[in-house]
Write a protein that binds this ligand. Structure first.
Ligand code: NI
Length: 138
């Protein structure tokens, strides 16, 4: 069974790789390369896979999942300028793809039980654009 918790945060970013020239960044990322940055309201779906516990009827304690996601994702990302304030985005371009990978890496070590393990991370950057990431188990 899959169970998904959805959370949202607002953050700003610049899509720019310092290894490329200004012109290359402009061609690759367009206005998103503007160094002043721009914001998105990101939506994150955290999906956990497991079987409901026969006693509690739950795959996992949803209060604990909420606390974990608040601590690892919301407190890390909300109202941040990702390139300047959130590792690894000082040297990794904060595309929606890389944000999904980073969120996976933050959560996976805490969701390793055989009966409640992290299954996937979906991140919406806009209502019509999202990525799904299924990383390695921690
Ligand atoms: Ni953007």
């Amino acid at each position: 069974m899959l169970i998904t918790k959805r959370v949202e945060f607002s953050a700003s970013h610049v899509c720019r790789n310092p290894l490329l020239t200004d012109q290359e960044n402009q061609e690759l990322f367009g206005v998103a390369a503007n160094p002043h940055g721009h914001g998105h309201n990101y939506v994150v779906d955290v999906t956990v896979e497991g079987d409901p516990d026969p006693v509690t009827g739950m795959v996992l304690d949803l209060k604990k999942l909420k606390e974990l996601v608040n601590r690892e994702v919301i407190q890390t990302y909300d109202h941040r300028f990702l390139n300047r304030e959130v590792e690894p985005f000082d040297h990794v371009v904060p595309t929606v793809e890389n944000i999904a990978i980073d969120i996976w890496n933050r959560l996976a070590p805490h969701l390793t039980q055989k009966d409640s393990r992290l299954q996937g991370i979906r991140v919406y950057e806009t209502p019509d654009l999202y990525v799904d990431y299924f990383g390695e188990a921690a």
